[in-house]
Design a protein around this ligand. Structure first.
Ligand code: NAG
Ligand code: NAG
Length: 364
């Protein structure tokens, strides 16, 4: 009797899984069965909430424009992972690994963690964080649960090939490692070129691991203008310049190597479809065109005790949030994030996405 119920349950999941395997072309319908997310604070939606770290955002005023309030998202509203899920037709956001349960895993899981990096040690001065290597181990745990629920490893592998995987890593290897010589020796050990090369080598290995876990449709985001975030402008005391050029040129050395890395992965891994999103290219060119008038001042009141640059606990926030490019000292507000996600999904310029955009990846 009990085993009949289990059989019926497995049949139902199998049916559900197959119903979603077929790509749905009708606009507004879910285009892929599942979305997995690996990344840092720009994609985190609650994985750091119960970690011992200063890098968390589960307190007001974070989430002031999000239906559920402060959830651990490092912005006022939806983050880039939320917008991409919406664009792919998901009717619910992808749940964090920290809380996802049972069959919900078949829709995908968000592993992203604030302060995490490609290198295990990045962000350690802020406390605990789930590095990319740890996120990959968590993904293996998810796969094993899914496989048990389906009762068929082969079927699970077939399912995982249909999912989209978003990977956005590297910000903290600069912000919370290379650019902080008081905590990390990396800038004394490596030139910026050597450091970028070392990161790419590690990143390539990690993306291959994701492929070996069954991923075939993988979106890799490049790094944006780290040298233009308010917290670093304050730190470097460049009052009249819009960006710290030395930071941007160090980070550029990493970004420049991403496209060749994608080519290398696509040509060496059978049936792999890696795409690269050029964050510089998809950045909002003319912020005033979407009503952003303030590029420099964060919207929330900044803490001087919690990880310099984050919002003050229970602190104030501006009322014209859509007019501020930055929500806190590091993270963009919802308004530019939305435009960013839309450009990654449907490229506007040939430099936005390589070899094609997320909407095309979904249709493969
Ligand atoms: C497992 O799934 C594969 C692929 O769909 C199928 O060919 C195979 O028959 C299944 N095995 C069992 C034991 O159901
Ligand atoms: C990324 O976009 C920027 C700005 O459009 C462009 O200058 C650069 O060449 C692009 N990089 C790649 C690797 O496509």
């Amino acid at each position: 009797m009990a085993s009949d119920i289990i059989k019926l349950f497995v049949m139902m999941i199998t049916l559900l899984v197959f119903m979603k395997l077929k790509p749905l072309l009708v606009k507004g319908e879910q285009q892929v069965p599942c979305l997995f997310i690996l990344g840092d604070s720009t994609l985190d939606n609650g994985n750091n909430n119960n970690l011992l770290t200063a890098a968390k955002a589960n307190y007001p005023p974070y989430g002031i424009d999000f239906p559920d309030g402060p959830t651990g998202r490092f912005t006022n509203g939806r983050n880039r992972a939320d917008f991409i899920a919406e664009l792919l037709g998901f009717d619910k956001y992808i749940e964090p690994f920290a809380t996802v349960k049972g069959v919900d895993m078949f829709r995908g899981v968000n592993y992203a963690s604030g302060a995490a990096g490609i290198l295990d040690e990045s962000g350690i001065h802020l406390g605990d964080r789930i590095s990319l290597n740890r996120q990959l181990r968590n993904h293996r745990v998810t796969i094993s649960h899914m496989s048990t629920l389906l009762g068929n490893k082969t079927l699970n592998k077939e399912y995982l090939r249909k999912c989209i995987y978003i990977v956005d890593m590297g910000n903290n290897d600069y912000i919370n490692n290379y650019l902080l010589p008081q905590f990390y020796p990396s800038s004394r050990m490596y030139t910026s070129e050597q450091f970028a090369r070392m990161l790419i080598k590690q990143y390539t290995k990690q993306l291959k691991t994701l492929y070996h876990y069954g991923a075939r449709k993988i979106v890799v985001f490049g790094l944006g203008g780290i040298g233009c975030v308010p917290a670093l402008l304050d730190l470097y005391g460049t009052e009249d310049s819009a960006c710290v050029d030395s930071i941007n040129s160090a980070v550029q050395k990493f970004s420049d190597k991403l496209k060749p890395m994608i080519d290398d992965l696509n040509s060496n891994l059978p049936n792999a479809n890696f795409i690269y999103i050029n964050s510089t290219s998809i950045a909002v060119r003319d912020p005033s065109s979407i009503g952003i008038t303030d590029l420099r001042e964060p919207c929330c009141e900044i803490s001087t005790t919690i990880a310099d640059g984050q919002c003050k606990y229970d602190g104030g926030a501006c009322t014209d949030r859509a007019a501020h490019y930055f929500w806190d000292g590091f993270h963009p507000s919802e308004a530019p994030t939305k435009v960013n996600a839309e450009r990654a999904y449907t490229a506007l310029l040939s430099t936005d996405a390589y070899p094609f955009d997320i909407s095309q990846l979904a249709q493969l």
